[in-house]
Design a binder for this molecule. Structure first.
Ligand SMILES: NC(=O)c1ccc[n+]([C@@H]2O[C@H](COP(=O)([O-])OP(=O)(O)OC[C@H]3O[C@@H](n4cnc5c(N)ncnc54)[C@H](OP(=O)(O)O)[C@@H]3O)[C@@H](O)[C@H]2O)c1
Length: 243
């Protein structure tokens, strides 16, 4: 992995490139990480795997290791068959040095609150998952969720993402890594809750009708971004923008 911007460096330290982010007072730093093809597709045949590669997996794992909490929408969790977060021993060591627990918990945003509660995501998790849901979810589904996860009510009909982030801050989170999908990302952007956008530009043309990284986002106006760094490995570009 080499850095191209703001200064050139071969074999760059990724944790140094991405760093912890500067949390605003009272709320965590919210970083979005997505991979997209050159033509903007976020999935091939419904999965992001066709866009990735070893370098992308390295960045994905590094960003996970820097986070206090990973946040994902239920649609992505189901589509991608999420398991519990696992990190290499080197990344775990680095977390310990920073005073973080070995692995960050994964928080799932769901309105329906109907997930596969017996899946390894819940049964094999080293850090107890968090379910961010709304009062509209059936009480029996929330009770079932509470057997395997911490359940946080953060809205009435759906999850109010501002309330959800505040609830994660109350749990001590200073950095939240959002892993999508596009429907969730769009709401984050529209609510003005994103601090950073990490985009892996995959050297592929995917075509198809996959969503862009923000789906259906009504931003009101075009939102300017500031380029913080560019890295390259195996033709993949790793772009880091500050909002
Ligand atoms: N390229 C990448 O980096 C990347 C990353 C992630 C995902 N993806 C791809 O994106 C696709 C999935 O994305 P998607 O946009 O269709 O769906 P999504 O955003 O992953 O999930 C949508 C679901 O999340 C829950 N949700 C979202 N906002 C909510 C809110 N405000 N309150 C309560 N629940 C909420 C709902 O779950 P319930 O139905 O449980 O209520 C909703 O059905 C997949 O193809 C995946 O492979 C790509």
């Amino acid at each position: 992995m080499r850095r191209l911007f703001p200064s050139a460096e071969d074999d760059v330290d990724l944790a140094g490139v991405y760093g912890p982010g500067q949390a605003a007072p009272g709320r965590p730093w919210v970083r979005l990480n997505m991979v997209a093809s050159v033509d903007g597709a976020t999935a091939v045949d419904g999965l992001s795997g066709g866009l990735g590669g070893p370098a992308d997996h390295h960045v994905f794992a590094t960003l996970r290791s820097l986070a206090d909490i990973i946040l994902v929408a239920a649609g992505t969790m189901r589509a991608e068959g999420y398991g519990p977060a696992r990190l290499t021993s080197a990344l775990v060591e680095a977390r310990r040095r920073r005073g973080q627990p070995d692995v960050p918990p994964i928080a799932v945003v769901t309105r329906g609150c109907r997930l596969d509660w017996g899946s390894p995501f819940f049964t094999d998790a080293a850090a107890r998952p968090i379910i961010l849901t709304a009062a509209a979810a059936a009480a029996e589904d929330r009770e079932r969720a509470a057997e395997v996860a911490d359940v946080v009510l953060a809205g009435t009909d759906g999850v109010d993402l501002g309330r959800a982030i505040a609830a994660l801050a109350d749990r001590g989170a200073r950095s939240v890594l959002v892993e999508g999908g596009p429907t969730l990302n769009g709401q984050f952007a529209a609510a003005g809750l994103l601090d950073e956008v990490c985009l892996t530009l995959s050297p592929r043309l995917a075509g198809g009708s996959a969503l862009r990284i923000l789906a259906s986002a009504q931003l009101g106006s075009v939102s300017p971004l500031s380029l913080a760094s560019v890295c390259e490995d195996d033709g993949f570009l790793f772009l880091r923008y500050l909002v």
